[in-house]
Design a protein around this ligand. Structure first.
Ligand code: NAG
Ligand code: NAG
Ligand code: NAG
Ligand code: NAG
Length: 179
């Protein structure tokens, strides 16, 4: 891992280098070095020309029509440094969100987080997990490429108030990665 220098984005310099103690705490094995990333996920679901999500299947409703059950979206969402839609773009979240629960609005999400700026440019993380918007969500990181090859970890995320609530979904993310 290259050490941080002034040219890198401050956010991408939030690196926590491993110590023997940290590695032992995490399970005693060789789990790699820990990295913490903090960023914001932006989705424009307006359906208009600048939309970052396209719906390919409608919700079927199931026994509870408040759910998204059966809905499938393909997304190419934005990962940004801040909550402001004008803040620095760090990469994209490309993948699927699928309504996968008959009883609530829980989604299956499958994303590649593709970083395009700073120390992680050209590297990616793969996230696979359950998301229930409005709750504090934990999702597993199941792999990665480049700097993040063989990554394991998890993300914690929550929806935050959007400056454009009609067509923009903003989530604050913390990613804890061992790689
Ligand atoms: C989302 O897209 C719509 C049109 O596609 C656009 O009018 C709106 O400004 C966009 N929102 C943001 C925050 O970019
Ligand atoms: C889409 O985004 C471009 C570039 O930011 C902007 O010029 C254009 O006005 C936007 N279109 C709509 C419909 O919001
Ligand atoms: C949702 O369920 C209620 C009660 O079962 C029903 O009256 C309503 O038409 C349903 N709405 C939709 C959009 O299916
Ligand atoms: C329907 O969804 C609502 C909102 O998530 C939930 O509170 C309720 O328990 C659900 N009902 C059933 C029958 O699953």
């Amino acid at each position: 891992m290259a050490p941080c220098h002034r040219a890198m984005l401050p956010l991408l310099c939030i690196l926590v280098f491993s110590t023997a103690a940290a590695v032992e705490e995490a399970g005693g094995g060789n789990v790699g070095r820990p990295t913490h990333l903090h960023f914001y996920f932006h989705e424009n679901f307006s359906g208009g020309p600048n939309s970052t999500a396209v719906q390919v299947s409608k919700a079927r409703g199931g026994s509870n029509n408040s759910s998204f059950f059966g809905a499938v979206f393909v997304v190419d969402d934005m990962l940004r440094e801040g909550a402001d839609p004008a803040s620095q773009l760090l990469g994209r979240a490309q993948g699927l969100t699928v309504g996968a629960s008959l009883s609530d609005g829980a989604l299956l999400t499958v994303f590649n987080f593709v970083f395009t700026e700073g120390a992680y440019s050209g590297s990616s993380l793969t996230l696979l997990g359950r998301a229930l918007l409005g709750t504090f969500m934990e999702r597993p990181i199941v792999g990665g490429t480049g700097v993040f090859r063989m990554a394991r970890g998890y993300t914690l995320s929550k929806m935050i108030e959007s400056p454009d609530p009609n067509n923009l979904l903003v989530l604050e993310y913390d990613a804890y990665i061992w790689h």
